[in-house]
Design a binder for this molecule. Structure first.
Ligand code: MG
Ligand code: ZN
Length: 212
């Protein structure tokens, strides 16, 4: 019985995600689901991307507070904060509610910053076109091997805080070998979101995917 209930929840989520996707495609919006641990630098990456992207909007997912949304709002980017009230991931229904609060005809590129979590965020389709996982070098190079599903479902992995590499024991070779073995489909980007280094290459790639 418990297994049936879990399947039903995912099935319901998939149906709502399909609705979100249809709505976003109809409005010509390219949508990125941005995932990663708390503190990986997801919001900082968005701050940095906002300088390189036009007609941007952001949905921020957090358990509590509007702190990330406030950071995005300061940049003049339309933003909706979703508070999950303790929930550890965004689901398609939460995103559907957030979409209703955005003027989609003014948006070309939508980022959904998921709740900081490397586990169950991976299991919920939100209606996105692309999934990107931010992994900072301060988290340790074992995360890909320890949390495979999120990476296996990613279109892109953004190694962040790359400027701090000399101050850590993070082995980029080991992380890249794990990624090649477990998630060969994921495109790799190396950035320092705080300084903006490498962010333009990621923005360019998103634009290419968008135009396809
Ligand atoms: Mg954040
Ligand atoms: Zn969760």
């Amino acid at each position: 019985m418990k297994i049936v209930a879990a399947k039903k929840i995912v099935a319901a989520n998939d149906a709502i995600a399909a609705g979100n996707r249809a709505r976003l495609r109809a409005a010509n919006v390219f949508t990125v689901n941005l995932l990663g641990s708390p503190g990986a630098g997801k919001t900082t990456l968005l701050e940095s991307l906002s300088a390189a992207c036009d007609r941007l909007a952001v949905i921020e997912g957090d358990l509590a507070t509007a702190r990330d949304a406030q950071r995005i709002e300061k940049l003049g980017v339309p933003v909706v904060q979703v508070n999950t009230g303790g929930g550890c991931h965004l689901d398609a229904n939460m995103v559907a509610s957030a979409l209703a609060a955005l003027e989609l005809d003014k948006v070309e590129l939508l980022f959904i910053e998921n709740v900081g979590n490397l586990v169950c965020t991976a299991g919920f389709d939100l209606g996105e076109d692309l999934r990107a996982v931010v992994l900072s070098v301060t988290e340790g190079d074992d995360k890909i091997a320890k949390y495979p599903p999120i990476f296996q479902r990613a279109d892109a992995v953004v190694f962040n805080k790359i400027d701090l590499l000399p101050h850590t024991d993070f082995s980029l070779d080991r992380a890249l070998a794990d990624l090649k073995r477990l998630a060969p489909q994921a495109e790799v980007f190396k950035v320092a979101a705080r300084t903006g280094d490498g962010v333009a290459a990621f923005a360019t790639r998103l634009r290419q995917r968008m135009e396809r």
